[in-house]
Design a protein around this ligand. Structure first.
Ligand code: FE
Length: 295
């Protein structure tokens, strides 16, 4: 089959479609748009994608738009972003520290700022109590001062407050920002989360079924860590004894982020220390500008 993407007609089409011949106010956007369109065209050519297949895929993406925040980790793109940032870090001399891993789509801005030792679970939940504690340290083992630890996790049904289809949870249930002190120590209590699956009947589940994959996550707890002078960290732990700990459909699993809870009766304790990198600029102290729900 004749390859036409690299031919003059398609290359000219790409220049015009991405606005290259227009004003130069958005050169980065134009260049990225051109490469994206060319990559799609090359895939059409490589796989001889039919008109029917192309429009089916378009309809899928339109219908699945609400779930893009879940499709992106589900197909490994969010984990790829972590790998890409890791590679850039290695080039730029950032090393060590607790590994980053995917944020996922369910953080909510504006969680109450609480004192250390807080109970994150405002709603009753008939399951194990989870306690977690540890220390935040810098690269020389020094305690990180004045950090804020953001924590969010699901309830025992696998649902997050603000995203709970049953409507049962109070705002910010299982979500807090914890203000830490000079010693870098943190502790909190909550109710043990359960792993969850992508929404039944949704676009992510449909895609996973077509790919022959499951759409389940192990039980996990999400964290943002911020502290003056240190690099902001986005990470999460998967409970190491969850059967899906290493088979997370969203690829959030990383070595170093798989603590096994110490289970005793109806209490599970996790001891987990965070190590932060030093910030090299004020931008390093900030989280990504990803659009997030605010409540
Ligand atoms: Fe999650």
């Amino acid at each position: 089959m004749t390859d036409i993407v690299k031919g003059a007609a398609v290359q000219d089409l790409l220049d015009r479609a991405s606005g290259l011949s227009e004003d130069d106010s958005t050169p980065r956007l134009k260049a990225i748009t051109r490469d994206l369109l060319e990559a799609i065209m090359a895939i059409v050519e490589k796989h001889d994608i039919t008109e029917s297949e192309f429009w089916e895929a378009t309809a899928f993406l339109q219908g699945g738009a609400e779930e893009f925040g879940l499709i992106v980790p589900g197909v490994g793109l969010e984990h790829f972003l972590d790998l890409h940032m890791d590679a850039k870090d290695a080039e730029n001399g950032y090393e060590g520290g607790t590994p980053r891993t995917i944020e996922g789509p369910l953080y909510v801005e504006g969680a109450p700022l609480a004192e250390n030792g807080v109970n994150l679970s405002t709603d009753p939940d008939d399951t194990e109590t989870l306690t977690m504690s540890g220390v935040l340290r810098g690269p020389d083992g020094e305690p990180v001062k004045d950090a804020i630890l953001h924590v969010w996790h699901a309830n025992s049904k696998g649902f997050y407050s603000h995203f709970d289809p049953t409507g049962e949870q109070s705002p910010f249930n299982n979500r807090r920002r914890i203000q830490l002190g000079d010693d870098g120590r943190y502790a909190f209590e909550s109710k043990m989360p359960r792993g969850y699956s992508c929404p039944p009947g949704g676009a992510t589940e449909k895609l996973m079924q077509l790919l022959g994959r499951h759409g389940d996550r192990p039980a996990h707890v999400h964290f943002f860590v911020e502290a003056p002078g240190y690099r902001a960290l986005t990470t999460q732990i998967n409970f190491g004894d969850d059967p899906l700990a290493r088979s997370d459909f969203a690829f959030g699993t990383r070595d170093g982020l798989l603590p096994v809870p110490n289970r005793d009766g109806d209490t599970a304790h996790v001891e987990f220390d965070f190590e932060l990198q030093k910030a090299k600029s004020s931008d390093d102290e900030k989280f990504s500008a990803r659009p997030r729900l605010s409540a």
